[in-house]
Structures are given as C-alpha cells and as structure tokens.
Design a protein around this ligand. Sequence first.
Ligand code: ADP
Length: 161
Amino acid sequence: MTIAVYPGSFDPITNGHIDITTRAARLFEKIIIAVSETTGKQLFFNTEERVDLARQAVAHLPNVEVVSFNGLMVDFARQVGAKVMVRGLRMSADFEREFEMAMMNKKLDPGLELVCFMTSQEYQFLSSSLLKEVAGLGGDTTSLVPAHVAQAIRQKARGGN
Ligand code: ADP
C-alpha cells in the first residue's frame, strides 16, 4: 500500500488543495493531509481550526485523513510509513521553492519520493494568503473554498473565533 503525505499550512484549505487531494487520492491508497503546526507564515487559523476545516472538506474522500504535525516533514513521513510526498505547483514561484525543498528533503531522506501535481487552471491564482487578504477586505470567497470554510473566514474576519 502506497501512503502519500500532503504537507502544508492549509490556512485554510482551499478548493485548490482539495483538487490536488482528490487527484492524489485516485493514485495512492492513502493520503495523509499533514497540517504543519509551526510555519514561517503568519497564521489566520490555529492548528485545531486548520485541521477541522480540512477534515470537513475531505470527509467525502474515504482514503484521506487529516492530522497535524510538528518538526521535520521527512520525520513525520517516516513515522506514518509514507513513501511519497505530494505537493501542488502553481506558477514558477512555486516551482523554485518546491525544487529547493525537494533537494533538501532528498538529502534528509533519500527514500521519500516527491510527486508534484500541476494545479488545475481554475485554481492557478488561488492561494490561502490571497484568500485571507480578500476576506479581510470584505470580499466574497464562496467560489474559492467550501461553504464551511467561507463561513469560518467570515467569522474570523469579523473578529470572532
Ligand atoms: P505551504 O506553507 O507548505 O506552502 P500551503 O497550504 O500554502 O502550505 O500549500 C500546500 C501545498 O499545496 C503546496 O505544495 C502548494 O503549492 C499547494 N497549493 C496551494 N494552493 C494551490 C492551488 N491553488 N493549486 C495547486 N496547488 C496548491
């Protein structure tokens, strides 16, 4: 059984992430969405919220689970027996960063294979950071994220929990 881990901040999960997860779930027996607890980015949602939002978003995919992790991704992958790491690629900026990370991860664990999925055209310009910016300015995010995520963003943007 090939287990693939799909790591990221997922702050929050978007339709772009769900698209990558759905496609990966057709190729691998099990996908573990790994929500990183510590990320260099300024976070909108805390770990528990990011995990909950992602769980609800992929509840219809039976071979996908969502967990949070701390520390090195390669260590987490080894712990759960994942042989593959999934990432999504949008534009050239993603490519450079992913390439750099892939080289480092290969050094840390040569046994872990990286599989990158090209974004679907409609999600090419969708990022969690842009989404939060739009939401913060009162923009409508309903076409970019599942309804429960749009609702959570609205609530957060208003200053609720
Ligand atoms: P990270 O902070 O690790 O980049 P993100 O949650 O921003 O975490 O993204 C996780 C992964 O999903 C990354 O590989 C990113 O390139 C990919 N991704 C994000 N948005 C999209 C999208 N719209 N289409 C395809 N891949 C995406």
